[in-house]
Design a binder for this molecule. Sequence first.
Ligand SMILES: Cc1cc2nc3c(=O)[nH]c(=O)nc-3n(C[C@H](O)[C@H](O)[C@H](O)COP(=O)(O)O)c2cc1C
Length: 308
Amino acid sequence: MAVNLPDLKINIGSLRLKNPVMTASGTFGYGEEFGTLVNLHRLGAIIVKGISLLPRQGNPPPRIAETACGMLNAIGLENVGLERFLSDKLPFLQGLETPLIVNILGDTVDDYQQLAARLDEEEKVAALEVNISCPNVKQGGVAFGTDPDMAHAVTKGVRQHFSRTVIVKLSPNVTDINVIARAVEEAGADAVSLINTVLGMAIDIESCQPKLANVFGGLSGPAIKPIGLRMVWQVAESVSLPIIGIGGIATPEDAIEFLLAGACAVQVGTTNFINPKASEEIIQGIEEYLNKKNMVSIQELIGRARQA
Ligand SMILES: Cc1cc2nc3c(=O)[nH]c(=O)nc-3n(C[C@H](O)[C@H](O)[C@H](O)COP(=O)(O)O)c2cc1C
């Protein structure tokens, strides 16, 4: 007897996903690196490492440190830059059916606009994910994502130059994430993704020095899951945009928690370094959970924990 598979499809603006599980930026290279480890066609979407207009070398080493239930990184947004992305990385990604989401970053609003305009010409780029956890060079290096006016300006600039789905990725390193979420909604974002890494540090007690050359780094992995979940819950209360949940997702159960909190999709990040197949296992696990609960669609799960 044929088993009816639950419907995992999700739409986010013009973006059509066969299931809600994506790979998080910076933890899945440019896709190709994972090609022999994961069935890339099975994924909901692939989000590539953040791209800037020009190549970046990132911060000096050491720039990674393990912590309890997670890791700190201060990679410093190293990437190949827009032109090499288009010439060297995009052709492989074009051969996949899986939608491609390009994560972008810049020093100024104009950088983001230029990236959006050029990537709009590439049909394969189904969506942009705008990383606003970057220093605004023109305004003294304060991160775009910590100020509602700057977050609004970047989002508006990208919106004006990109015709498909615009996702804005929110930083948890703010006093009130709802203020930023409302600002990007007002500026025309189609969705928000959250959370980026949580600012932290570690000290080596032998050398008596910080473990990262940059001193501070971004904490990721299971340690931050409760923070991500709490913020998804809060943002779901303050905006009506679709939310993509991120933060320490390692198992189907983790992903299901984010969906119950109000996320319509999830991203798997640091877990890719430990278990590259995790995203596939999470898709399978969500399917099995829906079957067990006699739910026919993922829609029945989204925000269910919020219903009294
Ligand atoms: C090594 C590393 C590099 C990352 N690079 C980026 C990046 O380029 N752009 C971005 O928006 N987020 C980047 N992130 C953040 C992740 O996409 C994700 O938001 C964060 O790690 C939390 O999810 P996780 O706990 O599942 O890893 C990076 C994270 C790590 C660990």
